[in-house]
Design a protein around this ligand. Structure first.
Ligand SMILES: [Zn+2]
Length: 439
């Protein structure tokens, strides 16, 4: 998902209506002279990432230590027959549980050492209740031990091929990947992909061999992104942020839900890692803006237990705002909504509110219209009220109650005033391609 807009609304206390009415060009000039970020720095603590400690994970390399070239695969040895028999039984149990929509049965097969992987697997399994499979099978081959051969290995990897159909939907699908299993006191459990790991202060990147360069870039840029985005939310998150790099869209979709088919470039849900497709963001600029967007989701979820129940356009709008400093996409969104206002194509907010029920044609507007409204709110009311408004929804208020409480306006009044503000039609520029994309 592309993003843009200048820095004003993220860092400043809000510019209000008078300056807003000067228009985009004048506003950019004001900001070039002023330094909203220095005002911001006074009330935002620097991030203090804690040292990553997750004993269950494989030893991570640090960016400086890793070679830029793909590392050679470690020498593998066939896994002991007795362990292969146990793993085959485990995989059979996993497949039966998926077929029977037996969430607890499936989760009993999953390693619990990494809370992020555990949450991802819980969400994956819960989707089976919404969209059960018609067929599902797992073929496992080449059980092997990649570490020094031992009589009792504690990690075994295997090539898995999952084949499935979703009941009453779509054609057969499959995915092949290398999976890891771990021995927890005599019980073998499924531990997900056999990732390589790289980490730096506050970030841990999981990736496939051959993606060392992009993992190193993420390690390099993520600390500054975390600091910038946390400032916009007045938050300090010490927790290490996990980022998973998938080598294909198909693999990323499968890792979210078996039923997931929408196109996307990135993903984040509460308690999950930031998930990206490695090849979709080849340069540092693209990576920076998508990571800032996704980290905007991480920070939003930090505001309260109901954050993910906020209207979808709010979630994507503030995530787009989180990345506009890097993506320079704010003017793009503003031009787009002005043109849409002129031609009567602005959407009703209700049609942009439900992640699970948004039409393909409205999907891009979740981002663009959401971004424009979050920009408007930020300029008019400032960062603190924006945060308070988001927090109200994150703790259970609907958008109307939150707007009344924080802005002293019903949401209908706020919406009407926003639409009124779009009326001057001086801007000209490209209309965004309405390509469906979720991030
Ligand atoms: Zn998003």
């Amino acid at each position: 998902m592309r993003t843009e807009w200048f820095d004003r609304v993220w860092m400043s206390g809000g510019l209000g209506f008078v300056r807003r009415s000067l228009g985009v060009a004048a506003l950019a000039a004001i900001l070039a002279c002023g330094s909203p970020s220095s005002a911001m720095a006074q009330d935002a603590k620097p991030a203090t990432p804690s040292a990553p400690t997750t004993p269950a994970l494989p030893a991570a390399t640090k960016p400086g230590e890793s070679s830029d070239k793909p590392q050679a695969a470690p020498e593998a040895h066939p896994a002991p027959d007795a362990d292969v028999a146990k793993l085959s039984a485990l995989i059979e149990r996993m497949a039966r549980a998926v077929l029977a929509t037996d969430i607890a049965g499936y989760m009993a097969c999953v390693d619990r050492a990494d809370p992020v992987f555990l949450q991802e697997q819980k969400n994956w399994a819960r989707d089976l209740e919404r969209k059960p499979v018609g067929e599902f099978s797992i073929k496992a081959e080449n059980f092997r031990v990649e570490a020094t051969p031992a009589e009792s290995p504690i990690e075994i990897v295997a090539d898995l091929t999952m084949n499935w159909t979703i009941k009453d939907a779509g054609s057969p699908r499959f995915l092949k990947f290398v999976a890891k299993f771990v021995d927890r006191k005599g019980e073998w459990l499924y531990a997900g992909e056999n990732w390589k790991v790289m980490e730096r202060e506050g970030v841990r990147v999981f990736f496939d061999a051959g993606r060392e360069n992009i993992a190193a870039t993420i390690c390099e840029i993520m600390p500054a992104i975390r600091t910038h985005v946390q400032q916009g939310f007045a938050l300090t998150i010490d927790r290490v942020q996990e980022v998973k790099l998938y080598s294909s869209m198909k693999h990323l979709q499968q890792s979210i839900y078996l039923s997931y088919t929408d196109g996307l470039g990135g993903w984040n849900e509460p308690g999950e890692s930031i998930k990206l497709i490695a090849s979709a963001h080849p340069d540092k600029e693209g990576l920076t803006s998508v990571l800032a967007h996704e980290y905007g989701h991480v920070c939003t979820f930090e505001l309260g237990p109901k954050a993910n129940d906020a209207p979808w356009w709010v979630l994507e709008g503030v995530a787009e705002l989180s990345s506009e400093h890097y993506a320079d996409n704010g003017q793009f969104a503003q031009r787009a909504v002005r043109r849409m206002a002129k031609s009567g194509r602005l959407r009703d907010w209700a049609s942009l509110s439900d992640f699970h029920n948004t039409t393909q044609g409205d999907m891009q507007m979740v981002y663009t219209q959401g971004h424009a409204m979050l920009g408007y709110i930020s300029e008019r009311f400032g960062r603190e009220k924006r945060i308070a408004w988001l927090k109200a929804m994150a703790t259970g208020s609907n958008v109307d109650d939150a707007s009344k409480a924080i802005f002293d306006l019903s949401f209908a009044e706020l919406d009407a005033q926003w639409r009124e503000s779009l009326k001057p039609q001086e801007e000209a520029g490209p209309v965004p391609a309405e390509t469906p994309s979720k991030e």
